[in-house]
Design a protein around this ligand. Structure first.
Ligand SMILES: *[C@@H]1O[C@H](CO)[C@@H](O)[C@H](O)[C@H]1NC(C)=O
Ligand SMILES: *[C@@H]1O[C@H](CO)[C@@H](O)[C@H](O)[C@H]1NC(C)=O
Length: 199
């Protein structure tokens, strides 16, 4: 009679019962939290902000001995397509660059953009005796003859979203528009330039 009976099943100890209850409660909370996030997302339906350069021209352009004086006029279109999110912009830094070199820079006033709103921002950027490399100078000279110069417009903004009564934390928004064909004369038709967003 070597065959012994299998050991009787261990009765669940009160401790393991407690562990099971805790696991079930945690799983339930995770599911509820997930549902809450999903429902909030569906209600708010966040949409990407959209930026575009609507016009860009340069005047008082004077390039001498690899130094540049110029005034750039940009019209930036900022579109907030969200129906439940408004945007607070802190000072907005706008710069124009050529081949990685910043030529002119300016800071725009903070503003609050309501929901479903298009705001056009006027930016005037002045290059005063900006030192350029020899290669860049000759490039600009050649481009100027063609009636426009291809530049990059970069925008850096600290923003906060407001959803209902909640103001969310600050974000730094980096917007890059390239190429922007800046016109030597503001009379010609401008080819609008779309912008890429980087969070
Ligand atoms: C730019 O303007 C300043 C005066 O505002 C002048 O001294 C300088 O020579 C000018 N530079 C060029 C390249 O025209
Ligand atoms: C967009 O918001 C700006 C600034 O808050 C306001 O001046 C402008 O009238 C709004 N535009 C539209 C189309 O609602």
């Amino acid at each position: 009679m070597a065959n012994s009976a299998p050991p009787p099943p261990a009765a669940p100890s009160p401790a393991s019962k407690l562990v099971r209850i805790i696991v079930v409660v945690i799983l339930a909370l995770i599911v509820l939290l997930g549902l809450a996030v999903l429902i909030t997302w569906l209600i708010i339906k966040p949409k990407q902000l959209v930026y575009r350069i609507d016009s860009a021209s340069v005047h008082n352009f004077n390039l001498k001995n690899n130094h540049l004086n110029a005034t750039f006029d940009l019209l930036i279109k900022a579109h907030n397509p969200n129906s439940r999110i408004s945007v607070y912009y802190d000072p907005i830094e706008v710069s124009v660059a050529y081949d990685g070199q910043t030529i002119a820079f300016n800071t725009l006033e903070p503003f609050h953009q309501p929901r479903r709103n298009v705001t056009r921002l006027d930016a005037t950027l002045v290059a005063r005796d900006a030192a350029l490399s020899g290669a860049l100078s000759s490039d600009l000279r050649v481009q100027k003859k063609s009636g426009n110069i291809g530049l990059d417009v970069r925008i850096k903004a600290r923003i906060r979203f407001k959803v209902g009564i909640f103001k969310l934390k600050h974000h730094t928004l980096r917007i890059s528009c390239s190429p922007v064909k800046v016109q030597m004369s503001s009379l010609k038709n401008f080819e609008t330039a779309s912008c890429d967003l980087d969070w």
